[in-house]
Design a protein around this ligand. Sequence first.
Ligand code: NAI
Ligand code: MG
Length: 498
Amino acid sequence: MAIDFDPKQLGSELYNGGFRPMFIGGQWVGAQSGEVSDAVNPATGERLATIPDAGVVDVDRAVLAARRAFEGPWSKFSPYERQAVLLKIAELVERDWDKLCVSDTLDMGMPIMRTLANKRRVLGMLRFYAGMATALHGETIDNSIPGEIVSFTRKEPVGVVAAIIPWNAPTAATVWKIAPALATGCTVVLKPAEDASLTPLMIARLMQEAGVPDGVVNVVTGKGSVAGARLAEHPDVNKVVFTGSTLTGQSIARAAVGNLKKVSLELGGKSPVIVCKDADIDRAVPVAAMAVFAHSGQICIAGSRLFVAREIHDEFVARVADFAKALRIGHGIETDTDIGPIVNSRQARVIEDYIASGQTEGARLLTGGSRQSGPVYDGGNFLTPTVFADVHDDMRIAREEIFGPVISAFKFDSIDEVTSRANASPYGLAAGIFTKDLGTAHKLARRLKAGSVWVNMYHAIDPAVPFGGMKMSGYGREGGVEHLYEYLETKAVWINTD
Ligand code: NAI
Ligand code: MG
């Protein structure tokens, strides 16, 4: 992909350390307490901007604004008008795509060529749900009650939706939460992650420009333990949609019990990638490597458990390690960077701790496992892409989500064996299979406990196709028609026509 702009130049125009207010009820405001936090560039440690640290009062104001908009102006929008608004937002996101991607890259580190490559997915989500806005409908259902009684269903918006998102894909996560909400007629309070709030604020501005009425979309920045927790427990929020860690997801589910709000959770994973002995090795090596190394492993679907058939294991993992060594580590803003920084120093230490545990527990380090140092790297947290072989199923690096650039490789002998080992995880988000045998592909796809299974590919996500997890990877699906039902209530209406 060639680009016709200079990301560094655009970046220096976007942020200069100044204050970026949050968006409540159509107003750009600070926290009532006046408290702020720094938005930091993880590649350099520099402050890009300061953002408000919302407290409970700010969150409550946002929820009230969302409630008023839900019952007021937004309820008067016809499906056709909601569709028009979503199409307008898509047009503006497309217009400002370069800026949004540079903002994401600066705030959370993902290489610019990767953020830019998400365009089809993000615009597709807006346009897919724009289309769905006019396709929502209930059903007429024959009942068995004697007499002339008609029964039918209506699909109605659930109301005020709290969307709590992580830092690893801010633009995509913002759009993926807001598009179905607007399509169904809900209103939203979005809480971005502490490490990546700048682009969601930029998107809020585009929504305002697109004519979204005040209060329909609100963005409150601040701490998860304060602003996020208040949203999860808020008695006037009807639904929470969350992406992030399993631990936080559990605490949100508990907090949501108070008013029995609907919850959908897209959580962590420890996804298996299974390379069978008949796989096309040349094609499988880069895909299996990037199943983890893309965004330095900081994605929920990272294929971090690499199961390779014994016959090809040694060659395959050696080639994955060679591939890892050739990746260019650098600032995300440079167009030739393959691997950017880890989002913050706490996260980098967690990953280093996992790497140390792998070594202590006896796994064999093939490559990586260290910090990248040097003048370009010293301001940020750069870890080298890491491959462990001879990993045992009971080691920590085999069981826990690392959320870093670490592959754990295992040998296997049979399909039955690898199926049960792959499924022996509390998570069930995604899985990859490499084989040329149609029967093996179908058998594994059927048996693996995962919300998405990719065969001879990885990472594919499309607005029309449901995405989400089983087991402790969460519940609910994003994408596709199913996603809309998460934002809708079904009402049965009975009419006695006698
Ligand atoms: P996190 O799950 O704590 O944060 C995600 C979002 O939830 C952020 O907006 C945060 O402010 C908010 N939050 C935090 N505590 C909350 C609470 N008690 N109530 C409501 N909202 C709350 O994830 P974090 O701290 O960014 O990363 C820690 C680990 O989580 C990672 O190492 C990784 O294992 C996992 N993770 C998984 C993601 C995924 O896509 N599945 C995304 C981000 C993190
Ligand atoms: Mg940041």
